[in-house]
Design a protein around this ligand. Structure first.
Ligand code: GDD
Length: 317
């Protein structure tokens, strides 16, 4: 079997390939990278996968790659994934996320191939969630609060529409926050862990800069999430949408306290107004019942282990 992974050089993409190479025998992995992608997350398996160059925003390049590779499955993970960037670069975020995916769908349609396609949609799509709407199920309303969230609603709805109109076997996963080693340094757990590692090494004064600590997020280890992505294509129903989450929400402040409990450094916490968002999603707490029922998936790695591994990752760098 041949699988194509978009976003292979990223956080989730590289962990997904680690999982496939370790657990699934006889699977050929092809990864899509842009010519300027950083390769630090994939160096360790470059001899076991095939990398092809392609910019998903370029329709003809996507068609050529799909024509040549003809995958059985596609994991579509490539995206502009940082919420604040979507306020400073909304056009870029919408084009990369929505048009990039549209180019894959159109190429698949034109080539008359029928790969199963997993879409990395997001809990951010739920946006503003009222306390009496928790935990979030797939049937909750979508009230996106950022251009990024709107782009993910677009990807999600296009997935639904191409399944309904053309029977494209699309499975949508709404991933809640996932963390772990290799997490990009702009995301909150990684940002705080990196600041602590830098303070321990004396690279910065013992002050940790933070944004909104009152937000609540449902965190899962990235290694559990990518196992879920695999199960989504193996056992999920085409056309369906599934939440992937732990079912527990942590205040960002609680997460910071856990990290601070893992260091001997004495650290002061300071709020930085530049880290506050025009509209922040106050709470994301999901119900993964539908996905567990369909696939048997449950997260196994405790959040404390995830944070410790992330801190160790930054300490080692
Ligand atoms: N990044 C960041 N930096 N966030 C901070 C900070 C800080 O210094 N201080 C507080 N926060 C708060 C943010 O305001 C937000 O409420 C929360 O921490 C999480 O922020 P991020 O880690 O940037 O993630 P996100 O929730 O906006 O989005 C992530 O999860 C989505 C799924 O729910 C991303 O991975 C998205 O790509 C993903 O779709």
């Amino acid at each position: 079997m041949k699988v194509l992974v978009t976003g292979i050089t990223g956080f989730a993409g590289s962990h997904l390939v680690d999982y496939i190479l370790a657990e699934k025998k006889g699977v050929e992995v092809v990864g899509i990278q842009r010519w300027r992608s950083r390769t630090e997350n994939v160096e360790h398996f470059l001899d076991k996968v095939r990398m092809v160059e392609c910019d998903l925003r370029d329709a003809s390049s996507v068609r050529d790659v799909l024509d040549e590779v003809r995958p059985d499955w596609i994991f579509h993970l490539a995206a502009q994934s940082f919420v604040p960037t979507s306020w400073t670069a909304p056009t870029e975020s919408l084009i990369t996320n929505i048009i990039g995916q549209l180019n894959i769908f159109e190429a698949v349609k034109k080539l008359r191939i029928l790969p199963r396609i997993q879409l990395a949609c997001s809990s951010e799509e739920y946006g503003l969630v009222l306390e009496n709407e928790l935990p979030i199920r797939e049937t909750n309303p979508l009230r996106p609060l950022s251009p990024y969230a709107v782009s993910k609603v677009g990807q999600d709805m296009l997935g639904y529409q191409y399944f309904m109109s053309f029977k494209l076997p699309v499975i949508r996963t709404r991933g809640f926050n996932h963390e772990g080693p290799r997490r990009g340094p702009v995301f909150v757990c990684s940002d705080f862990a990196k600041q602590i590692a830098d303070i321990e090494k004396g690279r910065r004064p013992p002050v940790i800069r933070v944004g909104n600590l009152e937000a609540r997020r449902d965190f899962t280890d990235v290694r559990d999430i990518v196992r879920g992505y695999w199960l989504a294509l193996e056992k999920g129903e085409a056309g369906e949408v599934y939440n992937l989450c732990s079912g527990r929400a942590w205040k960002i402040r609680e997460m910071l306290d856990m990290l601070l409990g893992m260091t001997k450094a004495k650290v002061k916490v300071e709020q930085d107004s530049a880290r506050m968002r025009p509209s922040d999603v106050p709470v994301l707490l999901g119900d993964a019942g539908r996905f567990t029922k369909a696939t048997g998936w449950k997260p196994t790695i405790p959040f404390e282990t995830t944070l410790r591994d992330l801190l160790e990752y930054w300490r080692a760098r």
